[in-house]
Write a protein that binds this ligand. Structure first.
Ligand code: M6R
Length: 357
């Protein structure tokens, strides 16, 4: 039930710190160490390449997960949109491990790939919020998201849960492989939970920004580089699916290869900067669009901020920034939809789980 909340989406956005704490609790043993099924550990150790298969928001979580798995546990990862993979399968490695990411565990596009993967005899692990769902039953292993039921069509807390569980999986694999890491993932997730709380307490500010930038616009662009680019893609999906504003997420450096032609006087461009190595270059992209009339809104991480930034995120571990940077994006989308009188929890033409091809 949504209790005192006007919409499930807002409730689910607010639940994200709790979900992080659930994950911390569920994935640690009495000694405070990471806890994962032995068979999953074995499968991760055996894999020479991971293929992440997902759709929509879960695909966007997979893009972030690839970075954890490659940077921390040193396994090459490919991330594929399920509906494409079915028809255009890439050349597989010798010992592939398939990871399906699905909030509902019922997405038909992902299931079609799972059926093929099982026919080929490859191992499959499903990350899902619904243990017992089709994708969980038909895979060899399951990692639960512990996010609690997600009712709003727009996925919010499942996305952050997916990213957190992928971080746990990557760190655990690194440990098992004897790779030394200089941070404690559970401690870092606790810092993330607190940071999420700080942001969800800034609703009035974000509501005002949504009013200023999205009240009447027909389109909007989200830009970022590196990890921030993945979050920009998720931000655009969130905004378009519930407010019907045409929105796209772009890699900052790609703008000049075509998209910048779309920038007109007043076009909203939301730029995200949480990574030190791209902070300078993404700000350069902002200047380029502002010179063409864009109405830019910069969201940065504490430590990288400048006076012009409209919203500053609390600092968290650099790899985990998507867990906090997505929260203002979710709230901006929520308020944009609300101000435009859209049906926030049940946007037109969409279903919560897509069980047909
Ligand atoms: O249940 P799944 O995670 O497999 O669903 C995948 C997509 O259908 C889903 O993430 C969709 O993109 C959401 N409406 C996004 O908010």
């Amino acid at each position: 039930e949504k209790g005192t909340y006007p919409h499930f989406m807002l409730k689910e956005i607010d639940e994200q710190p709790i979900v992080m704490r659930n994950i911390i609790r569920e994935y640690q043993n009495e000694k405070g160490e990471l806890k994962l099924e032995k068979n999953i550990r074995k499968a991760m150790q055996k894999a020479d390449r991971i293929y992440i298969i997902a759709a929509g928001t879960s695909y966007h979580a997979g893009l972030v997960g690839k970075e954890f798995l490659e940077k921390l546990s040193n396994i090459p990862v490919e991330v594929h949109v399920a509906s494409e993979f079915s028809y255009n399968m890439p050349l597989l490695s010798e010992k592939p491990l398939f990871i399906f990411i699905s909030q509902s565990g019922e997405t038909a596009d992902s299931r079609a790939v799972l059926v093929k993967v099982k026919e080929l005899g490859h191992p499959a692990l499903t990350l899902t919020n619904v243990p017992g769902s089709t994708l969980s039953r038909e895979a060899d292993y399951t990692l639960p998201l512990h996010a609690g039921p997600e009712i709003a069509v727009a996925s919010t807390k499942a996305y952050t849960a997916q990213i957190a569980v992928l971080a746990v999986l990557a760190v655990d694999t690194a440990r098992v492989k004897g790779i030394k890491l200089d941070f404690d993932p559970l401690q870092e997730l606790a810092i993330v939970a607190n940071a999420m709380e700080i942001i969800t307490n800034q609703k009035e500010e974000l509501e005002q920004l949504a009013r200023d930038y999205f009240a009447t616009t027909r389109n909007a662009f989200f830009i970022g580089r590196s990890t921030d680019y993945h979050v920009a893609q998720e931000a655009a999906l969130k905004l378009k699916e519930i407010s019907y504003i045409q929105a796209e997420g772009f890699a900052g450096g790609e703008l000049k290869h075509g998209t910048i032609a779309l920038i007109e006087d007043g076009t909203p461009v939301i730029a995200l900067t949480t990574q030190e190595n791209v902070n300078y270059s993404i700000r350069g992209n902002v200047q380029e669009v502002v010179a063409r009339g864009a109405n830019a809104l910069i969201i940065s991480s504490k430590g990288l901020e400048q006076d012009e930034d409209a919203f500053v995120l609390p600092a968290v571990h650099e790899l985990l920034t998507p867990l906090v940077s997505v929260i203002p994006m979710q709230l901006l989308a929520y308020y944009a939809a609300l101000h435009r009188d859209c049906d926030v929890d049940k946007p037109r033409n969409l279903a919560k789980s897509v069980t047909v091809e």
